[in-house]
Design a binder for this molecule. Sequence first.
Ligand SMILES: *[C@@H]1O[C@H](CO)[C@@H](O)[C@H](O)[C@H]1NC(C)=O
Length: 522
Amino acid sequence: MKRSRGVPSALLLVVIFVFLHSTTPTTGEIPPSEASYNILMLLPISSRSHRNVFMPLATALAARGHKVTMLSNHEAPDQNPKIKYIRHNLDHFKEEEMDMFAVQKNPSKIFDIFTTVFPLIARDIYDVPVVKELYNKRSEFDLFIVDAIFNEGSYPFVYGKNFIVLCPGLLDPSQSAVVGNLLNPAYVPNMLADYPRPYSFITRVKNIFFSLVLPITWRKSIVTPVEAVLKKRFPNLPPLLEIERNQSLTLINSHFSLGIPLPLLPSQVEIGGMHLRPAKPLPKDIAEVVSGKTPVIYMSLGSVARSSSMPEHFKKMILAAFARLPYKVIWKFEEEMENLPKNVIIKKWMPQQDILAHPNVKLFISHCGLLGSQEAMYHGTPILGLPIFGDQPKHAAYLQNVGVARYLEWEDLTEQLLVDTIQELVSNPSYRQKMSEYGAKFMDQPESPVDRAVFWTEYVIRHKGARHMRSAEWSLSWVELLHLDIALALHLMVYIIYKILRKICSLCCSSSAAKKSKSKRE
Ligand SMILES: *[C@@H]1O[C@H](CO)[C@@H](O)[C@H](O)[C@H]1NC(C)=O
């Protein structure tokens, strides 16, 4: 009964999806801005994928007539003349030189890089002439937008100013706690892991543990040293945590339709999926490969884990597995490779969304970065996850738990396991069916995520920091917040009542005992 009802509703979702895909514009639904604002985006320590989260917002704000400046460690991603790109050129943090497969083997490696490099950047960046000039001009900006991850060193820019924090990843519960929204670890996952729902006893213990240990370790090993360095240059700077608490708005790269619904404050706005868009026609060579009846698999491990750093035995194993499959494979791989199986083509760069959207592409083999995972959900393509580091295992676990993906650990990989898992994912229709529902739900929103981000950004400027949206939590101490004073008062009250009752009891008892002994004597 249940099953037969499921099929038409899935069909209906597909119809809505196709309809919305063909009609919903991505921007332009809100009235023009009342003024042109001067906005500075600060992502001086960022990966390319963080930058890719900022770009749709920067582009949309610039198109609305605002003056957008972006400080980052990347070369300009496009030639948009309306955005002013400033690159600081410090080379302490080079994502292209990080060996992600070494990190995968030994995750503390990347943490060691962060602890040494971030304080160095905080020390040196205010000496870079373009950054110095920008800092001295900071009063000219109406608003700042800071990357939530890695960029505590930018807080001198925003001290005493109106600013927004943009989370390129999912909401970090400790980030939420900072603005007065303590999320309950009984059901909200920590930064780096997710578990099957509902959380079991053991899972809740694990999640509480990591929800506490991760932010404490981060603050102690990274924020504290960065703060010490900044204090030397800016002696009047208040604690970084105090500046962080003062954010007007948090924009979060998530959406409940693509993941876990969370209780959020009015100042925490989900703008996830700003980069998602309907498919464009494929370039000729790829169009030729994906056309026809043979199912196609697309593989990409993203921009940070470069193919050249993939250990040789993994390359061989993956190619051997591909050679045994009755499918075609397109692999985003940055290097030349010899002796490719006939059914495999490699290319340095791929129009990923357009490939994922093609009905013949049946599987996405992915490291499960957030942006790629969102693209697969939007376009309805099941995933084989090969997570490497950071929050990738968390996304992979989520996708597997909801039945739209499977993921494998690199340590467990064998040729046979790859072949079996890929065949299961391609031939079992339930993965694709469940995955295709995400896109329809995501498209069903009153406005596009970019429009929402633009609206709230201008709103913060219009209302001079929009302090009315902030949680009243900021005015309470942690003793009041955890009701410790009330708990103490209750305990005291119970104790006093108990003492009084005991006194009364002992008085009654002794007087009645006295009476008894008196009557006995008589
Ligand atoms: C918090 O923001 C207000 C303006 O919105 C500013 O006056 C105040 O100095 C800021 N405090 C800190 C610690 O940044």
